[in-house]
Design a binder for this molecule. Structure first.
Ligand SMILES: Nc1nc2c(c(=O)[nH]1)N[C@H]1C(S)=C(S)[C@@H](COP(=O)(O)O)O[C@H]1N2
Ligand SMILES: [Mo]
Length: 373
């Protein structure tokens, strides 16, 4: 079916859903490809294979580790071309990192930005193994004039009329910090959907920065103005606003929905008596220092107990989620549960939706209706 552009709608601009407009077939197709974390899987410190959320803009490329090459070029003294064997021969590090899509929460917004319709489940935690990016940058020798590193994936597509390879940049100072070029996830080669054979991992940053199927790193002397940097992933309030870039992950707590679900509505059923409320909390700005829990839809809040931070704390960076728990005694009736994370910088979760046109970084407190029977 051809749209007004004569190309089946491939150059349609981004849009907001009309009042009362349900999820469209296009959004359903995206949701079927890009799945979330089943919330009961919040029970695992490290998300088991296949349960980590997935977000792929175009197609998963056909890739083979045997002939994969990573080029490091642009403003460097010695351009490099590395194969997987060369990368594996360098000292490896493993980091436990919680990854979250910047669009998490989008489908709950009013009006709804029409795109991948996440509710709250676009998150997962993995142990990523690879080479610190700074090792490769040191080996190549970054020129003083370089301001950003541009990362290119092997996937190709068209988005709002712009044909492109998936590309994102980081300022050189960020790239030379805590960033990994990873070839393993949870001790095994990356699965195809998570970037096989090579991806970037940028602890603390929303998912769009973690370029998968990484084939090129180019040092440039001006801020990168590619689509995924200058058009997408910006906080805008109207279509003409140049906006601010989306960067680090805002705090969020999620609760494992207690009891058992109704098949269609996923409303929860619990029995009267003690119920352990538990979940995970994370922030890309610093350690989560507090989680508050409500069982009366935000009328009152009480402190949950935080377990020690997970993963490797050696660099003091809060890269993985923390487990939390709180006791509750369920009484017959309907209750709305929620949890609210606060981090060491004082950032916390809003109680009313933080709307923007792309539906990014919507860390509104999760609401879980529960029927106690
Ligand atoms: N090359 C490439 N890298 C990419 C993407 C992509 O479409 N292509 N999607 C990005 C987005 S928006 C997210 S949220 C994360 C998702 O990573 P995951 O699928 O491993 O969870 O990958 C990022 N890296
Ligand atoms: Mo994303």
């Amino acid at each position: 079916m051809n749209g007004p552009d004569g190309l089946g709608g491939i150059s349609r601009p981004g849009r907001l859903a009309a009042p009362g407009e349900g999820i469209t077939p296009d959004e359903l197709a995206l949701a079927a490809r890009n799945h979330g974390l089943p919330l009961e899987a919040l029970r695992y410190d490290v998300t088991p294979p296949g349960l980590h959320y997935v977000l792929v803009h175009y197609d998963i490329p056909d890739a083979s580790a045997d002939d994969w090459r990573l080029a490091v070029d642009g403003l460097v003294r010695t351009p490099l071309t590395l194969d997987l064997a060369a990368l594996r021969s360098l000292p490896a590090v493993t980091r436990r990192v919680t990854l979250e899509c910047a669009g998490n929460g989008r489908a709950l917004l009013t009006p709804r930005p029409v795109s991948q319709p996440w509710l709250v489940e676009a998150v997962g935690t993995a142990d990523w193994t690879g080479v610190p990016l700074r090792v490769l940058l040191d080996e190549a020798g970054v020129d003083d004039g370089a301001v950003e590193a541009v990362f290119t994936g092997a996937d190709h597509g068209v988005e709002r009329g712009v044909e492109q390879d998936y590309r994102r940049s980081l300022p050189v100072a960020v790239a030379a910090g805590d960033v990994l070029v990873a070839y393993a996830m949870n001790g095994a080669p990356l699965p195809p959907q998570h970037g096989y054979p090579l991806r970037l991992v940028v602890p603390g940053w929303y998912g769009m920065a973690h370029v998968k199927w990484l084939r090129g790193i180019t040092l440039v002397d001006a801020p990168f103005d590619g689509f995924q940097q200058a058009v997408a992933y910006r906080f805008r309030w109207d279509a003409d606003d140049p906006g601010e870039p989306v960067t680090r992950i805002l705090p969020r707590a999620l609760m494992i929905p207690p009891g058992f679900p109704d098949f269609m509505s996923r409303a929860r059923v619990v029995r009267p008596g003690p119920v352990l409320l538990e979940g995970r909390a994370w922030s890309g700005y610093g350690p989560v220092t507090r989680v508050d829990v409500t069982t009366d839809d935000g009328a009152t809040w009480s402190d949950a107990t935080l377990d020690p931070a997970d993963g490797d704390p050696s660099d003091g960076h809060a890269a993985a989620w923390r487990h939390w728990h709180a006791p509750w005694t369920a009484a017959p009736g309907t209750h709305v549960l929620g949890a609210r994370a606060t981090d060491a910088t004082g950032r916390t979760q809003p109680l009313t939706q933080p709307w923007n046109r792309g539906g990014f970084a919507n860390n509104l407190v999760q609401r879980i209706p529960v029927h106690c029977l």
